[in-house]
Each structure stands twice: as structure tokens, then as C-alpha cells.
Design a protein around this ligand. Structure first.
Ligand SMILES: C[S@@+](CC[C@H](N)C(=O)[O-])C[C@H]1O[C@@H](n2cnc3c(N)ncnc32)[C@H](O)[C@@H]1O
Length: 258
């Protein structure tokens, strides 16, 4: 092992991860482990395409698009400032509760030495992923509600973010403006297949301060169509376990073609 390896391993073994990520034979302990299921999610080939990954988090999906689907380049956008502040829009009434919780998510102070040795000024794991795996991807701070400063990309992707937004329609419209060919949206906590509401365009307000709606598949499809996507298809319905709780949540992935 060289010096870099020791620091990478330290962050993989002791850091806070949203996705389980594999480095050599070490797997980080993510909230979600997509490593075995990602190949079954029916993402299309992205050969030579540029991708705008909005809400990119640690870059797990960006890495997959580059390494496995042969995308040319990924621009990752995220509202996370990596300073321990809340990286979701939350209602004022929930701000204090979320601030306390999110402060604990930042592993920078415990692992500062390793991050700094790897050339990072904060715990931005997208940049860590880029550096470790030498990937053609760049990070830029930004919000899905205003993508006007970003270039149009062949592909846009937005994973597990819609459910955290108070205004999903503006968000999908912003993705539309930046899409040249197709947009892929993965939504968690979508209604279960057996629900009678599944075939109606319904949103259910969860009553929470930072996780606003549950969606029926029909509602996502309708929103994608109404912002202008010519054809919309569901790529997959799947369940994924929250590693800490041994509980699985439902997801739906859609593709909107321009
Ligand atoms: C639940 S994670 C999903 C990560 C990854 N895209 C996936 O599919 O697993 C949502 C990400 O969106 C980011 N985020 C939250 N609100 C955002 C906004 N308004 N604009 C851009 N990113 C946002 C969060 O910081 C977080 O990294």
C-alpha cells in the first residue's frame, strides 16, 4: 500500500457514505448498496455522451455512467456545501432539527488529515471519487431550481431528489431545458404497484419537513410529458434496502426522450 491508499482506506472504512462504494477490496458502508443491483436498472448505453447529474452526491451514478455505460464526461451538480449545513430544502419549522442531524453527517473533522493528504478541502465525496478513480467528471455547486448557468448535456440524470423537493414541476422543467437527448429520473418512495392510485397522477404529502411527496408512477410520467418530453417510459421498478434498518424502499426510474 502506498500513502494514498492508507488515507483512501481510512475514508472508506470510517467515513459517512450515502452509497456503498468499492475501492480495491474495501466497500464503504453506505446508506444504500447499489453495487449488486445497478446493472439491472436498465440504464441505456451512454457512449460518448455528456451527462448532467443533478443531485450527484458522492458520484456513485456518475462513476457508473462513465465506467460502465461509456459516457464521455459527467458534470455533477449538488446543493451540498460540504460544511455540515443542511443540504435539502427544509421548512423553517424543521430547520433546527435538521441542522443538528446534518452536522453529524460531516465526517471532515474526524478524517481531516486523510482528506487533506488527498488534496481535498472538505468532505466532497464526488471530488474524492473523481480523484481516486481518475474519472472525467467535474463538480459544481448548484440547485436543480436554477440550471440556467449550466450547458445543455446529451443526457440529464436526477436520482432520488424529486421526493425531497417542494416544487417538482419546476425541477423537471429545468432538467428539460438542459437535456439534448434524454433525461432519466429515479424517484424513491414511489407508490407501491398494488396501490389503486398507481394509475392516477397522484402526489401524497408526507407531512415531513424535508421529504415532501410520494409519487405515483403516473404523476412522474405526466410531469415529464407536460414539460415537453415527447415520449416517456418507465425503465424499472425496484426495491432497495436501507442498510441500517433492513427495510426496503420502492423506486421507479423513468426516461423522458426529447
Ligand atoms: C438522496 S441524495 C441522492 C443521490 C444520488 N443522486 C442518487 O441517486 O442516489 C440527493 C442529493 O441531492 C442533493 N440536493 C438536495 N437538494 C438539491 C437541490 N435543490 N438541487 C441540487 N441538489 C440537491 C443533496 O445534497 C443530495 O446529494
Amino acid at each position: 500500500m502506498n500513502n494514498n491508499d492508507t488515507d483512501i482506506v481510512n475514508i472508506f472504512e470510517n467515513g459517512q457514505w450515502y452509497h456503498s462504494m468499492i475501492y480495491k477490496n474495501i466497500k464503504s458502508k453506505g446508506t444504500f448498496d447499489y453495487t449488486k443491483i445497478i446493472k439491472n436498472l436498465n440504464f441505456p448505453e451512454m457512449k460518448n455522451k455528456s451527462v448532467l447529474d443533478v443531485g450527484c452526491s458522492d458520484g456513485f451514478f456518475s462513476k457508473y455512467f462513465l465506467e460502465e455505460l461509456n459516457a464521455e464526461y459527467v458534470k455533477g451538480v449538488d446543493i451540498n456545501k460540504y460544511d455540515g449545513s443542511v443540504n435539502f430544502e427544509v421548512l423553517n419549522t424543521y430547520k433546527k432539527e435538521y441542522s443538528d442531524k446534518y452536522n453529524k453527517h460531516d465526517d471532515f473533522y474526524n478524517l481531516k488529515e486523510s482528506y487533506e493528504k488527498l488534496g481535498l478541502k472538505n468532505s466532497n465525496k464526488f471530488l474524492l471519487t473523481k480523484n481516486i478513480f481518475d474519472l472525467n467528471m467535474e463538480f459544481e455547486y448548484g440547485s436543480i431550481y436554477n440550471l440556467s448557468n449550466f450547458e445543455i448535456h446529451d443526457v440529464t440524470f436526477c436520482g432520488s431528489l424529486l421526493e425531497h423537493l417542494r416544487d417538482p414541476i419546476t425541477a423537471i422543467e429545468q432538467l428539460y431545458f438542459k437535456t439534448k437527448e434524454y433525461c432519466i429520473i429515479d424517484v424513491s418512495n414511489s407508490f407501491k404497484n398494488i396501490m389503486p392510485l398507481m394509475n392516477k397522477p397522484y402526489l401524497k404529502y408526507t407531512g415531513a419537513g424535508g421529504n415532501f411527496f410520494h409519487y405515483s408512477d403516473k404523476s412522474i410520467e405526466l410531469m415529464l410529458k407536460n414539460v415537453g418530453f415527447k415520449s416517456v417510459e418507465r425503465l424499472k421498478r425496484y426495491k432497495i434496502k436501507i442498510e441500517k434498518y433492513d427495510y426496503k424502499i420502492q423506486h421507479s426510474i423513468f426516461i423522458g426522450i426529447k
